[in-house]
Ligand binder design. Structure first.
Ligand code: HEM
Length: 392
């Protein structure tokens, strides 16, 4: 088959214009086919729900050694949970699951809900605030830093590091090049860490304990710690920011949540479906594979577009509509299969606590102009000014 007959597109998925609003481009890609060759990058985009899910369920064919769209970062991530395939992956993941699984985090629920209530109360007292910096960033920072046991002095650096961690998964563009410096700094700091630097009883300390017990290799400690510091922050931050934005701009949906707090879990699922915090991750194809009638050669780089699969009209009716009663439990925003998000139980507790705390107090939000944050992978906001609240 010649390239002209193969579904392809010249679009730059990582340009500023597309990052601001990728959804029309995703729709176009879905119409072109189940696998679309992105000529500018020599990458195969996989934009439809069913194909993304099938690929995520087949790690032997779709290897995470190609999680990033550039080789320097894939090399940097060798040995990390995110970039490894079974069986190494499963040994690393077991350590995380012990700490982050639903049973492990359930006891944290009441304390996290209490923190959310206190933070929201403080915002209400302030009257005007920025829902990104004062709420969406401040909240996961306070929760996750304490859980991992991170020393106070590095906390201010973390936001830049967390943002860079995701942007460098993109192609080698300006954003990735700029992010590499921050990543180097983060790994430099992680490399100096000893068990006793992390608070006793913390999740971070448990990683060193697992190495002491011989369950993981000592050299796995740093990549595993980076999974906490990086994966757990920017994702949750932007899920919360997107939630406030969507709920404030859809007052009729907000009224439904306020009338029935039982809708909070469904609301979060719909926020995550509507605007996936992680828009997509890469995979490398290990053997020749066919997607929707298109043959993809062994060794090719693919990009699984979670953000597009979540808007696939083949899977969700009226997918661009934000509907808190939809409860799309099968959305792709936490991935699926082997690498499905290890921190999703914690993320759900955090984000649901914030939504519930707001629902109990705020009738209407009056927003200023939101500013989008541009990152190669994460969809979220830089600023979301809340200029006033109606309470009740
Ligand atoms: C709303 C918030 C979050 C979103 C949207 C999210 C999204 C994702 C996605 C899409 C993956 C799959 C990666 C793949 O397909 O290769 C993933 C994996 C992962 N996430 Fe999350 N995440 C969130 C919160 C968290 C939190 C709070 C933590 C930890 C504190 C965390 C830790 C991880 C780890 C360790 C992995 C790697 C799992 C593996 O490779 O087996 N995430 N996340």
């Amino acid at each position: 088959m010649t390239l002209t007959r193969t579904p392809h597109s010249d679009v730059d998925l990582f340009s500023d214009e597309v990052l601001v609003d990728p959804y029309p481009v995703y729709r176009d890609l879905r119409e072109r086919g189940g696998a679309v060759h992105l000529s500018a990058l020599d990458v195969w985009a996989v934009p439809r729900y069913a194909d993304v899910r099938r690929a995520l369920g087949d790690p032997a064919t779709f290897s995470s050694s190609g999680i990033a769209l550039n080789e320097p970062v894939n090399q940097m991530l060798v040995g990390s949970v995110l970039a490894s395939d079974p069986p190494l992956h499963d040994a690393l993941r077991a350590v995380l699951s012990e700490q982050l699984g639903p049973r492990a985090v359930r006891p944290l629920q009441a304390g996290i809900a209490d923190r959310a209530d206190r933070l929201v109360e403080a915002m209400i007292e302030q009257g005007a605030f920025d829902a990104v910096t004062d709420l969406a960033v401040a909240f996961p920072f306070s929760v996750v830093f304490d859980l991992i046991g991170i020393p106070d002095e590095v906390r201010p650096k973390m936001l830049g590091w967390a943002d860079a961690t995701f942007t460098v998964f993109g192609p080698m563009n300006g954003r990735t090049a700029a992010g590499l410096g921050a990543i180097g700094e983060m790994f430099g700091w992680l490399g100096t860490l000893r068990a006793e630097d992390l608070a006793e009883g913390s999740m971070g300390r448990a990683v060193f304990t697992a190495a002491d017990q011989g369950r993981i290799a000592p050299e796995s400690c740093i990549p595993l710690l980076s999974a906490y510091t990086a994966a757990g922050l920017d994702t949750t931050i932007n899920a919360i920011a997107n939630a406030v934005h969507l709920l404030a701009t859809h007052p009729e949906q907000w009224d439904l949540v306020r009338a029935d707090p039982g809708l909070v879990p469904s609301t979060l699922n719909e926020v995550l479906r509507h605007d996936a915090p992680v828009q997509g991750f890469g995979r490398r194809v290990t053997t020749e594979v066919e997607i929707d009638g298109t043959t993809i050669a062994a060794g090719s780089q693919v990009l699984l577009l979670y953000g597009s699969g979540n808007r696939d009209e083949r899977h969700y009716a009226d997918p661009d509509r934000f509907d808190v009663t939809r409860n799309p439990v099968d959305h792709l925003s936490f991935g699926y299969g082997t690498h499905t998000c290890a921190g999703q139980a914690l993320a759900r507790i955090e984000a649901q606590s914030v939504i519930a705390a707001l629902a109990g107090r705020v009738r209407r939000f009056h927003l200023g102009e939101p500013v989008r944050h541009l990152n190669n992978v994460v969809r979220g906001l830089e600023r979301l000014p809340v200029e006033g609240l109606e309470l009740g």
